[in-house]
Design a protein around this ligand. Structure first.
Ligand SMILES: *Cc1c(COP(=O)(O)O)cnc(C)c1O
Length: 401
């Protein structure tokens, strides 16, 4: 049985292994079983038909808004290329992400660098690629741009606490709205161009209230800066946060964005609006295939030990506080019982689900997790030498090409 090992080594050297693979939805049991057999389990496949569908749905829910795909939830070369084909823009935060879009052949003018805290080497790496728009949220960061003031232009990140986001990011980054115009003044005195404002209300928000409130405050700041004679804020970046279905359904994107569209309509003319969606684009495109390695009856319940878990593709259950729908690929007849799905490692926190109803399973049974494109493989580890799932990107070219 050395075959699967060799196969895995060959695949991981060639990250484009799945590029030619087509998989028509709805996925049949045969197609999923064949995929897992060919590329070995655990597997995380990304369906680019879903990437395209999500991008188009958000683009039509936010007409006139340039969508910068945030690479953080799923930094994948083929996904970036597919999105470039759709006319997307990109949101980069690290040198690795700069290198990835560069390798994908993306024009630097289509990218912004949004990490609020940077080392000089980070700034130089991005400028060297040709990115010129950066985000800052404090005077020290503005000072870092004085050597590059002939090229770099800044967006000021404003913080909005959002108590209803699954992941609140305003605790860590962003200046007080009251301080934003003062910061623009600091930059102007240093000869560094500030061209606009940015915010990120947090990820997987339940309603658009936080976006709307933030847009309204930014509109006020745009007017205030103009009133103080500062260079006009001509860009507003409304960040990410757009929600998707997990165990609980999310609002349909068009309905979710309706109040955002209304708030944007009240902005002064000539303000270019951009957004930084991550999860919404890639989350629904990811599917995990994982196999039962063994089982044990413990205290009257079956425990099934899978070859993927909390240290792998399910790491988002810890870091991202998401819960993914998991189902059996080949449905079994027979009654269902509450069982435990555990990951492969020897650590006791490596448990994916408690009391999930399943028919009686056996070693070799294949399970599929849905909505697993965002913040899953991105945070996976090889803890305990259980290799993280190989990421297989399918349907890279649209059907019919
Ligand atoms: C993570 C992040 C995003 C993407 O957020 P989603 O909720 O995945 O859409 C966008 N902008 C910034 C600054 C981020 O840190």
């Amino acid at each position: 049985m050395s075959q699967p090992v060799n196969k895995r080594a060959r695949i991981s050297r060639n990250r484009d292994a799945g590029a030619g693979i087509r998989l028509a939805a709805p996925y049949t049991e045969q197609a999923l079983t064949a995929l897992a057999a060919r590329f070995s389990s655990p597997l995380l496949f990304i369906d680019c038909n879903v990437i395209r569908r999500q991008y188009r749905a958000l683009a039509s829910a936010l007409p006139g808004v340039d969508l910068h795909y945030a690479l953080k939830p799923l930094p994948d070369l083929n996904v970036v290329k597919v999105l470039a084909g759709e006319g997307a823009w990109f949101d980069l935060a690290t040198n690795g992400e700069v290198d990835l879009v560069r390798a994908a052949g993306i024009a630097p003018e289509r990218c912004i660098h949004t990490h609020p805290i940077k080392r000089d080497l980070d700034i130089r790496r991005a400028l060297d690629f040709g990115v010129t728009i950066f985000v800052v949220d404090n005077p020290d960061e503005i000072a870092k741009f004085t050597p590059y003031r002939d090229r770099a232009r800044l967006l000021l990140r404003v913080a909005y606490r959002s108590t209803d986001a699954q992941v609140d990011l305003s605790r860590k980054f962003g200046c007080d709205p009251e301080g934003a115009v003062g910061l623009a003044g600091t930059a102007a005195r240093a000869g560094v161009a500030v061209i606009g404002l940015t915010f990120h209300v947090g990820s997987q928000v339940r309603s658009a209230d936080a976006h709307v409130r933030a847009i309204e405050i930014c509109a006020r700041l745009i007017a205030e800066a103009a009133g103080r004679g500062l260079p006009p804020f001509s860009v507003l970046d409304i960040g990410g946060g757009f929600p998707i279905d997990y165990l609980q359904p999310a609002p349909a994107i068009d309905r979710f964005c309706a109040p955002i569209r209304a708030a944007l309509a009240a902005l002064p003319r000539g303000v270019r609006v951009i957004a930084e969606p991550g999860r919404y684009i890639c989350g629904p495109a990811g599917f995990c295939l994982t196999t039962v390695m063994g089982r044990s009856m413990r205290d009257g319940r079956w425990w099934y030990y899978l070859d993927d878990g909390m240290y792998g593709s399910f790491s988002g259950q810890l870091y991202d506080q998401s819960r993914y729908p998991v189902e059996l690929v080949k449905p079994h007849a027979g009654p269902k019982f509450p069982c435990v799905l555990a990951g492969p490692t020897c650590d006791s926190i490596d448990v994916i689900a408690e009391d999930i109803p399943m028919p009686e399973l056996a070693a070799g049974d294949l399970l599929m997790g849905r909505q697993m494109g965002a913040y899953t493989s991105a945070t996976a580890t090889d803890f305990n030498f259980f290799p993280r799932a190989h990421v297989l990107v399918v349907n890279v070219t649209p059907a019919g090409d």
